[in-house]
Design a protein around this ligand. Structure first.
Ligand code: GLP
Length: 240
């Protein structure tokens, strides 16, 4: 695993954006696996800036997002579809039909099977961007789940609901379930780019990359992938 240390959030975001833009420049019709959460926001802003300068072109790129809250319509401002449109897609020249996020309102079995078909039809993910939940979750793969799942529906843990409630007006509005790419789908990406920022992520970064490989820390499975890059700021990387 290669580790890049950014001096702060902005530097970390620029380093990670450099890696993603290199992927797009080398393979213009690549498939990017994308993530939500606050960590990738700086990466998306940096990519938008470079797009505006003419340095990176998304016209042939396909994106596949990791997850979506079950029960939220795409146009709900709290949906991950809205998050991606607002923070990234609407600012770049990606074709809307090339962007994929699970449909929060679609029935469970059909939607999970459809999403796996989308990933396969795209030829798999070239580069998967991942943030880390405080409990080691990736996408919405919570601790204790098995490593051999494709897209599936999960019940969110208390700690995830607690962490994500900042985006909702009331805690009761935070959905209790989500559709997520599984660990198997994530591990099939050809390259994985993990980003982490802040002292509150230092412990989970250590557990994930220096601790035992266990479903109790879903991100620890990444130690078994042969092409992982971790980009963090000094605070997040302070324990490794
Ligand atoms: C959510 C997302 C994850 C993300 C995590 C961390 O639970 N489903 O994909 O990595 O939050 O978010 P943040 O970057 O805001 O800490």
């Amino acid at each position: 695993m290669r580790i890049y240390r950014g001096k702060d959030y902005k530097d970390m975001s620029r380093k990670a954006a450099n890696i993603l833009s290199a992927q797009v420049i080398l393979k213009p019709a690549c498939v990017l696996g994308l993530a939500t959460g606050s960590t990738p926001l700086g990466v998306y802003s940096q990519l938008i800036e470079w797009y505006r300068k003419g340095d990176v072109d998304f016209s042939e790129v396909v994106t596949i997002n990791l997850d979506e809250y079950k029960g939220l319509a795409p146009e709900n401002p709290q949906s991950y579809r809205s998050f991606m449109n607002e923070n990234f897609f609407k600012h770049i020249n990606i074709r809307p039909e090339n962007t994929n996020v699970p449909e929060g309102l679609a029935p469970e079995a059909e939607e999970c099977a459809r999403y796996d078909r989308v990933i396969r039809a795209a030829g798999g993910v070239d580069m998967q961007l991942l943030g880390l939940g405080h409990n080691g979750h990736i996408g919405f793969n919570e601790p204790g789940g098995s490593f051999d799942k494709d897209t599936h529906c999960v019940s969110l843990t208390e700690s995830t609901i607690e962490a994500n409630k900042r985006f909702f007006e009331k805690e009761e509005e935070v959905p209790l379930k989500a559709y997520t790419m599984g660990i198997r789908s994530i591990m099939q990406a050809r390259r994985i780019l993990v980003i982490a920022s802040g002292a509150d992520k230092a412990a989970v970064v250590k557990e994930a990359f220096r601790g035992p490989i266990t479903p109790q820390v879903p991100a620890s499975v990444l130690q078994l992938h042969n092409n992982v890059t971790l980009v963090g700021d000094l605070d997040a990387l302070s324990m490794i």
